[in-house]
Every structure is written in C-alpha cells, then in structure tokens.
Design a protein around this ligand. Structure first.
Ligand code: NAP
Length: 319
C-alpha cells in the first residue's frame, strides 16, 4: 500500500484549516490540507459578502477570502487536496509523542502524519423547505452577525426558539425595521432572560406554534427573498408575510461524526480541547475552529483558533 508521509495533515479548508496551514507551512513543515468533497472551503464558500473580517475595509466575498488564504498557505509550500478523510487511526499502543496518525481518504490515499489538525467546522441545521436552498445567500441567512447589516430598515423573520434565535433577533432589532420570531412551539427553549429582553423590544414580534413552510422570491425575478409562508399550527391557517430576510437559527452540528471513536467529544459533538490550547486528548492531534466552538462561529475567530493549532503543532514537533 502506497502511503504519503507528511509532517502535518489538516482536515478542513475553512478559515481555521487554512490559517493553521499558513503557520505550519511557514515553519517549514510538510503540510497537506484535505479540503473535503462536499463543500471545499467550508461555510464561507456560501457567504456572499463578509464585512467584519479585519483587514478588508470594503468587505470581501467569502470565496475570494478563502482563495486568498489558500494562496497565502501555498506560498509557503502547503498543498491542498480535493479529498475527504474517511478513517483515522493512531498507531502506537501508548499514545506516546512518537505516534503516527494514519488517515485514509475517499480518493483512496493513505496519509501517515506526525500531526493531525482537525478543522472540520460545523453545519447549520437546515429547515429543508422549498426556497431555502435556492435563496441561500440571497435573503436566506444562517448568521445575523455576518449578514444582518444587509437588512437595515427591512422586515425579517428569525426561525427558531433557542438562545441563538433570540440573540439573533435582539441583534437584528437594532438594524431592521421589524423582526418576527417564528417558533414551532408555544414555549421557548431559550433562557428566560433572553426571552424577556426580546419581549421588551417594540420591533420584535412573535409567532408561536408556527412554522415556516416556504420561502418565496420577489415577483420581479431579482432572485431575492420577498416573502415567507407561515403556518399557524393552532388554526392550520397559512399566512404569506412580506419579508426580505429569513434568518434560520435552529442550531448547528459540528462535523465530527467520523472522529467520535478516537477523540473526546462533548454531548453536542464538539471536540474537547485542553484549556486555551488546541490540544485534544491525543498527543499530536489538535483541533480548531467551529468543530470545537459552539458559541462564536465567526470566520475571524476560526482563523485565530487555526493559528493556535499551527503554533501548538510547531511547539509539539520541535519540543
Ligand atoms: P438549540 O438550543 O438546539 O435550539 C434550536 C431551536 O431551533 C429550538 O428552539 C428548536 O425547537 C428549533 N428547531 C430545531 N429544529 C427545527 C426545525 N426543523 N424547524 C423549526 N425549529 C427547529 O440551538 P441554538 O439556539 O443554536 O443553541 C445551541 C447551544 O448554544 C445551546 O446550548 C445554547 O444554549 C448555546 N448558546 C448559548 C448562547 C448564550 O449563552 N448566550 C447563545 C447562543 C447559543 P424546539 O425548542 O421545539 O426543540
């Protein structure tokens, strides 16, 4: 069996994986990044404009930002492979520092790595309703902090009843004309204090026991959100409401399924790391970005987390 020896194998090519690659390749470590096959580059590849990533005065497109980060890592010698990790094995019984990580991929490669950096990200849960996929990035958003500014003085809905939905609604209420929270039950999952804060704000409205059934474009063929069909489960009536933004906030799941047998995960599936570091329970396996962080989910935070994994890797290999 042909194997590829590398110093560092990075799984995931979002801002965390790419920043980690910049650090490790720049430290002269042979670095390969597996981009994944379904959404190489991660969540930012579906983000039209990013206005809050520092360094870009006028904002930057998600695809462009990912491209620049990749070129920056490649300049130092990192290589990117359109491939996906399938199996993970740590060779050595004692899990000592000299262990080797054996990773097989969908494309049939086997990598032997001194260090493995897991930066697999997370996926926002989808409603899976008509119009959601078609209008994603054109009025359908999964992140108010990222996209809220595009909806100034407009009418939007937030779907969900957890802490994220309430926080997003509060954030959007400062920017938008109206924010209507659509929640499928008659009680919120979110903490009481967030609910009370939202109830005290006069441009936040509530539609409880309600679900969003369809998202429709504007009739002018501009391929932007124009309205949403909301089902009131008490009356069984469907109401068409005019909105230009639909924020889906029904949770996210870390992409860690394939790693559950080798790494310690918390109850939600996020990889556990040691204190402020990127260290997992296995020497030489580091984790960064959204797959360790249920709270912040921002490109700049993921990039910073990737930098930590890069630094931890260099320290591990030079210790
Ligand atoms: P969450 O707590 O899992 O809440 C998801 C919400 O979306 C629930 O209200 C759920 O309804 C609803 N939902 C799920 N699937 C749905 C579907 N298919 N259609 C319609 N509604 C659906 O997720 P989250 O709000 O993202 O929070 C994740 C974790 O991060 C939580 O532990 C939360 O406490 C934490 N968090 C904390 C803070 C903070 O402390 N400031 C901020 C954000 C998040 P049901 O209620 O009916 O299940």
């Amino acid at each position: 069996m042909d194997t590829k020896d590398v110093d560092v194998l990075i799984i995931g090519a979002g801002p965390a994986g790419k920043t980690a690659a910049i650090y490790t390749a720049r430290a002269d470590l042979k670095t390969v990044v597996l981009t994944g096959l379904t959404n190489p580059g991660g969540a930012l590849m579906n983000t039209t404009d990013i206005e809050n990533f520092p360094g870009f005065e006028k904002g930057i497109g998600g695809i462009k930002l990912m491209d620049i980060m990749q070129k920056q890592a490649e300049r130092f010698g990192a290589t990117f492979e359109l491939d996906e990790a399938e199996t993970f094995q740590i060779q050595t019984a004692d899990k000592s520092n000299s262990n080797r990580k054996v990773i097989t991929t969908t494309m049939g490669e086997t990598y032997l790595a001194k260090v493995l950096i897991v930066a697999t990200g997370s996926l926002y849960r989808k409603l899976n309703i008509p119009g959601e996929k078609e209008l994603a990035g054109h009025g359908v958003s999964y992140c108010a902090t990222c996209d809220g500014a595009f909806f100034k003085d407009q009418d939007v809905i937030v779907v969900g009843g957890g802490d994220t939905a309430l926080e997003e609604a509060l954030y959007l209420s400062n920017l938008c004309k109206t924010v209507t929270i659509i929640h499928r039950r008659d009680v919120f999952r979110a903490t009481k204090i967030l609910v009370e804060r939202a109830e005290a704000i006069n441009n936040i409205y509530f539609k409880m026991n309600s679900t969003c059934e369809e998202i429709l474009p504007l009739p002018d063929n501009s391929h932007k959100v124009g309205s949403a069909k909301i089902l009131n489960k008490n009356t069984n009536q469907i109401e068409d409401i005019s909105v230009t933004g639909v924020f889906v906030a029904i949770g996210a799941d870390p992409t860690t399924q394939k790693l559950k047998d080798i790494l310690d995960l918390d109850l939600q599936g996020y990889i556990k790391t040691d204190g402020k570091s990127s260290k997992t329970g296995i020497p030489g396996v580091f984790a960064a970005g959204d797959c360790i962080d249920p709270d912040y989910r921002q490109a700049v935070v993921a990039a910073g987390s990737g930098a930590k994994a890069g630094i931890d890797t260099v320290n591990f290999l030079t210790a």
